[in-house]
Design a protein around this ligand. Structure first.
Ligand code: FAD
Ligand code: FES
Length: 286
């Protein structure tokens, strides 16, 4: 069951769709980490790598507001969309308990996705390093899928870091695309002992090697990856931010981040409409 509605924000967000679709799959993929799949053919058709979607459970009044989630996978043929989430609070706790066929309200696709890395980054990069911490691997599958489909696409690497083995999801989706996956855990219970930035520093990228870094994860991890990128000869580094959001559509200004303008002066940008992907060199980190 998938009922699509016309968006009331069509003028401002020409690509925005809204709808209510049934849950077709819901299952754990790692400790406190779940996958939910729902029917949303218009979203599956329109979504691009790095876009996010707002989700709400229309049968509940709490939480009243939607929550933002990266689209992990979208299958145009079946019209199904997958989101993977970490249970941290009200919405994610309730989502993890829903039964198949529960209606889920969505609006999206939102944000500009990873498009800036091609427009303003290094379009000729031959090595893409996807640096992900915790649940921050979710916006990367569609990016990897896009590059893997290119005949002479870049080398793809996923450097993934988590606290401990039980928090590491199955990353075979990435391996199946030909992505070179490396894992680190804080306690060394699987993969290398250390962090994503340690993995990055061990890649021998000094001097550039035509590499581009795309990062997503908790802010301290993003900052460490950015510091590593700078130390490796100012490698291009783009970050997808998971700033808490209320509307997801540019209306409430609840998601602003400090951003350095062309003149080096601090300004503000809304993560939902101006991001969520930003050039790490333009963000104010502390
Ligand atoms: C563009 C974007 C993409 C995202 N993609 C994903 C994704 O793919 N998977 C995923 O699991 N999460 C993702 N997030 C984060 C997700 O939106 C939050 O985890 C979710 O809103 C929490 O809702 P809740 O009702 O369960 O938690 P709440 O009950 O609202 O909050 C519980 C606790 O979590 C904290 N919290 C809430 N939101 C955030 C946040 N964004 N960052 C840090 N702390 C927060 C609150 O301060 C509070 O302490 C994304 C966020 C953004 C902005
Ligand atoms: S979440 Fe409302 S302006 Fe970004």
């Amino acid at each position: 069951m998938a009922a699509e509605k016309k968006s009331p924000f069509e003028g401002e967000h020409p690509n925005l769709k809204t709808g209510v679709g049934s849950v077709t799959d819901s299952r754990p993929v790692a400790e406190s980490t779940w996958l939910v799949e729902f029917a949303a053919p218009e979203l599956a058709e329109a979504v691009a790598p790095g876009h996010f979607v707002m989700l709400r459970l229309p049968e509940l009044y709490s939480p009243l507001l939607g929550r933002p989630f990266a689209v992990y996978r979208a299958d145009r043929a079946s019209g199904r969309v997958q989101v993977i989430y970490l249970v941290v609070g009200n919405m994610t706790g309730r989502l993890s308990q829903i039964a198949p066929e529960t209606p889920i309200e969505w609006w999206g696709p939102l944000g500009g996705g990873w498009a800036p890395i091609e427009k303003e980054g290094n379009p000729a990069a031959r090595r893409i390093y996807m640096a992900a911490g915790g649940i921050g691997y979710t916006p990367f599958y569609m990016l990897a899928e896009k590059y893997a489909a290119l005949e002479k696409g870049p080398e793809l690497h996923l450097l993934y870091g988590a606290r401990t083995k039980s928090r590491v999801p199955n990353l075979d989706d990435f391996r199946a695309l030909g992505v070179n996956v490396k894992v680190a855990t804080d306690d060394g219970s699987t993969g290398a002992k250390g962090t994503v930035s340690d993995l990055l520093k061990a890649e021998g990228l000094e001097g550039g090697k035509n590499a581009l870094i795309a990062a997503c994860g908790p802010r301290p991890m993003l900052e460490a990856v950015f510091t590593a990128a700078k130390s490796l000869g100012s490698l291009p580094c783009w970050t997808s931010l998971e700033t808490p959001m209320s509307c997801g559509m540019g209306l409430c200004f609840g998601c602003v981040v400090e951003y350095l303008g062309e003149d080096g002066k601090a300004d503000y940008r809304r993560t939902c409409v101006d991001g969520p992907v930003f050039d790490a060199y333009r963000l104010k980190w502390n």
